[in-house]
Design a protein around this ligand. Structure first.
Ligand code: ZN
Length: 131
C-alpha cells in the first residue's frame, strides 16, 4: 500500500514541466509543505528553474484567466495534506457546501445549522464529505 506521500510524488512525477513550474512558483500557497518539498525535488532533477519576474507575472495573469474560464477544479489541502481522490488519485476538486436537511442531520448526528462541505473530484466525480 503506497503512502499518501508516495501517491503525491507519483502524481508529480507524471506531471509536465509546465504544471510543476506553475505549482511551485505561481500558486505555492495551494500546496502543503510536503507537496512543495516533493515538487522542489522533481523540479531540481528536471533542471527546472524559477522563471524571471516578468514571465511569472504573465503566467499568473494567464492562470487567473484560465481558472475563471474553466471548471478544472483546484488542489485542496486538508489538515496540512494535499487531498488525493480516494477513487482515482486525482488532485483537483470542486468544492460545495450547504446546510443538511434536518432529517439527514439527525440521522448523521450533525447540527443542522452547520454546513456540510464536500469536495468533488473533477476527474471521476467521487464526492468527499466533510462535516
Ligand atoms: Zn477521482
Amino acid at each position: 500500500m503506497a503512502s499518501d506521500q508516495e501517491i503525491i510524488r507519483e502524481l508529480w512525477e507524471r506531471s509536465s514541466n509546465e504544471e510543476i513550474v506553475q505549482a511551485l512558483f505561481i500558486c505555492p500557497e495551494e500546496y502543503s509543505p510536503e507537496a512543495l518539498e516533493i515538487l522542489t525535488g522533481v523540479a531540481q532533477r528536471r533542471g527546472l528553474e524559477r522563471p524571471e519576474a516578468a514571465l511569472l507575472d504573465r503566467l499568473r495573469a494567464e492562470r487567473q484567466v484560465a481558472e475563471a474560464a474553466s471548471d478544472r477544479g483546484k488542489p485542496l489541502v486538508v489538515c496540512d495534506k494535499s487531498l488525493v481522490c480516494h477513487a482515482c488519485g486525482h488532485d483537483r476538486f470542486r468544492q460545495r457546501s450547504g446546510l443538511p436537511e434536518s432529517a439527514l442531520a439527525g440521522l448523521l448526528g450533525l447540527e443542522s445549522d452547520r454546513p456540510l462541505r464536500c469536495a468533488i473530484c473533477t476527474r471521476c466525480g467521487y464526492v468527499h464529505w466533510f462535516a
